[in-house]
Design a protein around this ligand. Structure first.
Ligand code: GUN
Ligand code: ZN
Length: 427
């Protein structure tokens, strides 16, 4: 067994959900965390960890916060190079900026270059796991998994399936989507830290036949995640109704084709009807909040408080590059601002929980990542709460750790991420 490492600092973990009367009641602060063989061995007092690991190397991070790496539950790594494209709303934005960029991933070299660039950028921002859409090209999935595997990262992606309403060169068929997805899934799912997600982009770009084929594949591989988009913009919802005249609502286009389930991840989910909320809660499907995207593309205000109160599973995500940032700190800030616009501000403990435990839960990986618990994989970050002069002067005046953390959430970026660790190794 490899020698242990003990990191000292303000070590943050969660024992339960902070969506209780006292948001900080489930948060725990420890003096140190011990890492061994790529996993968390223990959290606790330095004295106890030292006694258990007398030969461990010790690194003292002083006032820095040590916590789980961020988990980004919905991104498009192929949109890395066209992030922050101006002035369009969803369908126009897809056609003008997104589809031309995704076309470039037919080139395996470009797919490899962007995979590496994306994983470099996100590691610098403290994100250690993400659930990403790829493009329709199987090469894009191979490129992303190959690069993540090389880095030892726990990641999820899948071939994005589209057989209509997308340009020539960016369309597959119901049959080829099934065959290509199945081949990729069999090649990659469960290899090292890699998971495959069955990925129909959204109902407008799939025929009912393709959704049916994706539903059949999911039924054959029920341990896989399934990811898609749901009720992001009002124009999109009207378009779905015209394309699927028999559907009761947007969710029904998935439900009718075997694409509603507990391992389903439904991105955005802003404009939900009561039946959709009921069905999502009954089956335990996960809703993924993408706040910087929802403001950037002008989509609407996600009902975090209402959805959590009714027992929905909710994760947090950048939605890069509809989202305007690679940073989960910036994403938490946007979630806070959307909460304010709805009259329901989120506490720092709730934001940090959503960006770690909450997102890990939506991926059904909360026993592995997203928290510093003994046995969890040692993906963690060291957060500097005084990373810029502006933040440092605010932190100096904070009465407690939550006030200081909140300043870094609202004003921080990659400069606040002092270190990122993956599987017990510092990058
Ligand atoms: N809906 C379908 N595809 C996309 C996408 O790439 N980004 C966003 N934000 N919404 C989508
Ligand atoms: Zn998306």
């Amino acid at each position: 067994m490899s020698e242990a490492i003990i990191l000292k600092g303000q070590v943050l973990s969660f024992d339960g959900s902070p969506f209780r009367p006292d948001p900080t009641g489930a948060a725990r602060l420890h003096e140190a965390v011990a890492i061994q063989a790529g996993r968390i061995a223990a959290v606790g007092t330095f004295h106890d960890l030292r006694a258990a690991h007398p030969r461990a190397r010790v690194v003292d991070h002083g006032p820095h916060v040590i916590m789980a790496g961020f988990v980004d539950a919905h991104v498009h790594f192929p949109q890395t190079a066209m992030i922050a494209s101006w002035g369009k709303r969803l369908i126009d934005w897809l056609n003008t900026y997104t589809f031309p960029e995704e076309m470039r991933f037919a080139d395996a070299h470009y797919a490899a270059e962007i995979s590496a660039r994306y994983l470099d950028l996100t590691a610098a921002h403290g994100t250690t796991t993400m659930c990403s859409f790829a493009t329709i090209h199987p090469e894009s999935v191979d490129a992303f998994f190959t690069e993540a595997q090389r880095r030892g990262q726990r990641v999820v992606t899948g071939k994005t399936c589209m057989d209509r309403n997308a340009p020539e060169g960016l369309r597959d068929t119901a049959r080829s989507a099934y065959d290509d997805s199945k081949a990729l899934l069999e090649r990659w799912h469960g290899v090292d830290r890699i998971s495959y997600a069955i990925t129909p982009r959204f109902s407008p770009t799939s025929t009912p036949e393709q959704l049916e084929a994706m539903g059949a594949l999911w039924a054959e591989h029920p341990d896989c995640l399934m990811q898609t988009h749901l009720s992001e913009q009002l124009d999109e919802i009207a378009w779905v109704k015209s394309l699927y005249p028999d559907a009761r609502d947007y969710l029904d286009t998935y439900e009718a084709h075997g694409l509603l389930g507990a391992r389903g991840l439904y991105g955005h989910a802003i404009h939900l009807e009561p039946r959709e909320r009921d069905r999502l809660r009954e089956v335990g499907g996960a809703l993924v909040h993408c706040p910087t995207s929802n403001t950037f593309i002008g989509s609407g205000l996600f009902d975090m408080a209402g959805l959590i109160a009714e027992g929905q599973s909710v994760g947090l995500a950048t939605d890069t590059g509809g989202g305007s940032s690679f940073s989960m700190l910036r994403t938490m800030a946007a979630a806070y601002e959307i909460g304010q616009l709805r009259g329901t501000p989120l506490h720092a403990a709730q934001l940090l929980w959503l960006a770690t435990v909450g997102s890990a839960r939506t991926l059904h990986m909360d026993g592995l990542i997203g928290n510093l618990q003994p046995g969890h994989e040692a993906d963690l970050i060291v957060l500097d709460l005084a990373s810029t002069p502006a933040i440092a002067q605010r932190t100096a005046q904070a009465d407690d750790i939550w006030e200081a953390l909140f300043a870094t959430i609202m004003m921080g970026d990659d400069r606040a991420i002092a270190e990122t660790w993956i599987q017990g190794a510092r990058l």
